[in-house]
Design a protein around this ligand. Structure first.
Ligand code: NAD
Length: 325
């Protein structure tokens, strides 16, 4: 039995990852540490809370004493770090907590990982570290780091720390850089869940600028399958891009959600664009596909329909979160 420390496992992607591990890998015990910020909620992990191979710890990765306690109490083999402040708009309002959780927190985890000589450290990064693309081209793992927002700058800083711990101390690391995720349990502040709940309430759907910004969408299940492959088989020190070639403008995403729900496009309301809004992201994931034989399961159409259905069936989950923000 191996012990994996999953951080941020009460958030969107982390909770889906813990669920995937518990459901498919009988030889892992998961210690799930989460600060339970506004984005992390116990209702998100209600169904797995009492699982015999799951231990939940309410705590902050930037708390060095707590992290030391966790490592000294259990023999941790692997760290998968999802914990982060993750919302670009919030980082524009107040970058300070992004620096603390996304940079200092990573340094504290890396120090512990080095001290206890763990087997593997996986840093969940983002394609936003590459900045933005024009009409053509793709982000590869060699694309220069050129972040735009305080959020992406903090994630880039963390990537550089991880790289340094690999080169200087020989820590076995991987960095994953994934495109925009969607799927069950995404906090209702990100584009897709916001549009679903606003459409359900027949209230205007706010779209930044003219809605032409392009994102490369991936279902959270496909992202997490890739993380699992990388965690188990990724080459030491390597960065892996993750993406499933589903480029789509924000406006098309919003219109598709309205169509799935049978709501009129007249609900769309164009609002002032986000500051420093990156125009296009698109991922070249050939390294992941070729080296680790990963392929995504979801087409964007099927995944979006499944996600809309999930939000329809779990209205009390997102309504409670919105009320208690
Ligand atoms: P999320 O905001 O839904 O979840 C983040 C979780 O981390 C929350 O449960 C929160 O409570 C926890 N957390 C925050 N600060 C913490 C701290 N200091 N200590 C412990 N826990 C803390 O975010 P998400 O969308 O699930 O993203 C998870 C990771 O994936 C992040 O690192 C993000 O940068 C990365 N990522 C996200 C996307 C996306 O589209 N959502 C795409 C690529 C990469």
């Amino acid at each position: 039995m191996k012990t994996i420390l999953v951080t941020g496992g009460a958030g969107f992607i982390g909770s889906n990852f813990v669920r995937l591990l518990l459901g498919t890998k009988a030889d892992y015990h998961v210690i799930n540490v989460d600060k339970l910020t506004y984005a992390g909620n116990l209702s998100t992990i209600d169904d797995i809370m009492d699982h015999t191979r799951h231990t939940f710890v309410h705590g902050d990765i930037a708390d060095a004493t707590l992290i030391e306690e966790l490592f000294s109490r259990s023999r941790i083999d692997i760290v998968v770090n999802f914990a982060a402040e993750s919302h670009v708009d919030r980082s524009i309002e107040d970058p300070s907590v992004f620096v603390r959780s996304n940079i200092l927190g990573v340094q504290i985890l890396l120090d512990a990982a080095k001290r206890y000589q763990i087997e593997k450290f996986v840093q969940i990064s983002t394609d936003e570290v590459y900045g933005e693309l024009g009409e053509t081209g793709y982000f590869t793992e060699q694309t220069p780091l050129n972040p735009s927002s305080p959020y992406s700058a903090s994630k880039t800083s963390a990537d550089l720390l991880v790289q340094a711990w690999h080169r200087t101390y020989g820590l076995n690391t991987n960095i994953t850089r994934c495109s925009n995720n969607y799927g069950p349990y995404q906090f209702p502040e990100k584009l897709i869940p916001v549009m679903i709940y606003k459409a359900l309430q027949n209230t205007p759907l706010p779209v930044y600028g003219d809605g032409s910004n392009i994102r490369d969408w991936i279902h959270v299940y496909d992202h997490n399958q890739a993380v699992l492959q990388i965690m188990e088989h990724g080459q030491s020190g390597r960065v892996y891009n993750i993406g499933s070639s589903n480029e789509c403008s924000n406006l098309t995403v919003v219109k598709t959600i309205l169509d799935i729900l049978g709501k009129p496009h007249s609900l769309i309301e164009f609002v002032t664009d986000r500051l420093g809004h990156d125009w296009r992201y698109a991922i070249d994931a050939r390294r992941l596909r070729n080296e680790l034989s990963w392929t995504p399961q979801y087409s964007f159409q099927d995944g979006l329909k499944q996600t809309v259905d999930w939000y329809l069936e779990h209205q009390s989950w997102w309504k409670d979160l919105l009320e208690n923000q």
